[in-house]
Ligand binder design. Structure first.
Ligand code: 4AD
Length: 438
């Protein structure tokens, strides 16, 4: 008899098969038991009819606890009443692993309780759906980069210098000398771009940010891309195509997960079909000032030169209703490696992409400074030691070319596409300001 996975049911209608699964939920009457089965690929229903099975099998069905692992034998049938469309008519049940008093029941639980039980909470249908969306985004990302000629170039996680800023570094002892957990692979990718052309990396990065918000993790996954002989405008075109490809990948490969989360897929389709908005930082500040007295706004007044808070970002992205690039921020609150806007040294050639619906910044990118002396001076001005960046400065000595790149925060993207409220649900085991377990 063939052992199949729930997701493959449609290929086995009318066949008697075996499925290894867990009991997500169960209800039974005197004559029939309904088993909500899950095997990681999907959830579907097993029907046990007393009159059609041995007494022993029916008694086993009635006794099953939440999360007991079972090997089910039965016939796959179409089930037009369920969203999944198929069910299994159970003929035999073998208990593989008992479960008693599973702490997460179908009733409501508090967030801290769920977070303490994250290792078990991952089994819920909602968390299952979010992880499937995460997976679809990762695969779509690899596909996009492969189709566009990018080479995967792995940057190190342990580093001798800061990629972004020194205030958010996790420091560790590296055989008697300080080392830092990577904040972004970008600087190494720049070396990769000069060796291999279009490159990308995808790995965990770390920020000792003391922010307790629904958008911040201290460990998250970043996809950085870097490419030579491009300007920042050209880079924006690629970023837009990339984000659209990721959303499309989820619509194509994880539609069931979007459905389980009741995500508005028409809205996601609109983000694919509509050009993203591009607004300069200064125009965005002016726009905010023009609307600050509006009845439905509640953000603080900003002057040109101030950084946005999350209420400002939310307002701007809602105003346009599509993902919006904010371009050319003040140099003062961006990283040292960004190239100034020609004729305006106060502003840099960079963009943050704000997701609509209040999901905040999902991508940060820029054109990089190419001049050795300018870059060296900027490193000093930012309070960094040029000695730590000698290898990085070398890239400007030997055939320096215009180049740009960007980094996507995977969990921000997952939160946005899945439409979940908090970033902690977008990663299997979130690391937050107050949490490193489980
Ligand atoms: O804008 P950031 O800081 O850009 C960089 O690190 C560049 N070196 C990337 C590059 O040009 N290659 O971070 C990039 C993205 C942000 O847009 C955001 O999505 C995400 O990383 N991010 C976070 N995600 C979760 N928790 C945090 N604490 C994050 N900080 C940034």
């Amino acid at each position: 008899m063939e052992k199949i996975r729930i997701i493959d049911s449609k290929k086995h209608v009318g066949e008697t098969v075996q499925i290894g699964a867990w009991i997500a939920n169960k209800r039974s009457s005197g004559k029939i038991a309904f088993l909500q089965l899950r095997d990681g690929t999907a959830f579907f229903q097993g029907i046990v009819v007393k009159a059609e099975v041995s007494e022993e099998v029916f008694e086993t069905a009635k006794s099953l606890n939440q999360e007991t692992a079972v090997m089910i034998t039965g016939e796959i049938r179409e089930d037009s009443r369920s969203k999944f469309g198929f069910e299994i008519g159970v003929t035999d049940i073998e208990i593989v692993g008992e479960s008693k008093d599973f702490p997460i029941t179908p009733k409501e639980h508090g967030t801290e309780f769920l977070m303490d039980n994250r290792h078990l909470w991952l089994r819920s249908s909602k968390q299952h759906a979010v992880m499937q969306i995460r997976n679809a985004i990762i695969y779509a990302s690899y596909d996009f980069f492969a189709e566009n000629g990018f080479i995967k170039f792995d940057s190190p996680i342990l580093s001798g210098n800061a990629a972004e800023n020194t205030t958010e570094l996790f420091e560790t002892d590296y055989f008697g000398q300080p080392a830092f957990l990577s904040q972004s692979g970008q600087l190494y990718l720049e070396a990769g771009a000069m060796a291999l052309g279009r490159v990308f990396d995808f790995g965990p990065v770390f920020r000792a940010e003391k922010s307790k918000t629904r958008r911040h993790l201290t460990e998250f996954w970043m996809m950085d891309a870097e490419y030579p002989f491009v300007t920042h405008d050209e880079s924006l075109d690629l970023q837009e195509a990339y984000i659209k490809a990721l959303i499309q990948g989820v619509l194509d490969n994880a539609a069931f997960a979007l459905d389980a989360l009741e995500r508005d897929t028409d809205l996601l389709q609109k983000y694919i079909d509509t050009p993203f908005k591009r607004v300069s930082y200064d125009d965005a500040i002016t726009l905010l000032q023009e609307h600050e007295a509006d009845e439905d706004t509640d953000y603080e007044h900003l002057e040109h030169g101030d950084d946005f808070g999350s209420p400002h970002e939310t307002w701007i992205s809602n105003f346009y209703g599509v993902p919006t690039f904010i371009i050319n921020y003040p140099a003062s609150f961006k990283a040292f490696y960004m190239k100034p806007v020609p004729g305006n040294p106060e502003r840099v050639l960079c963009a943050d992409l704000l997701a609509p619906e209040g999901y905040g910044e999902i991508v940060g990118g820029s054109e990089r400074e190419t001049d050795y002396d300018v870059l060296r001076q900027k490193i000093i001005d930012f309070g960094l030691d040029p000695k730590d960046y000698e290898w990085y400065l070398d890239l400007r000595k030997f055939g320096s070319v215009p180049h740009a790149g960007f980094g996507l925060g995977l969990e921000r993207m997952v939160t946005f596409v899945a439409g979940t409220e908090h970033i902690r649900e977008a990663i299997p085991f979130p690391r937050l300001l107050n949490r490193i377990e489980p």
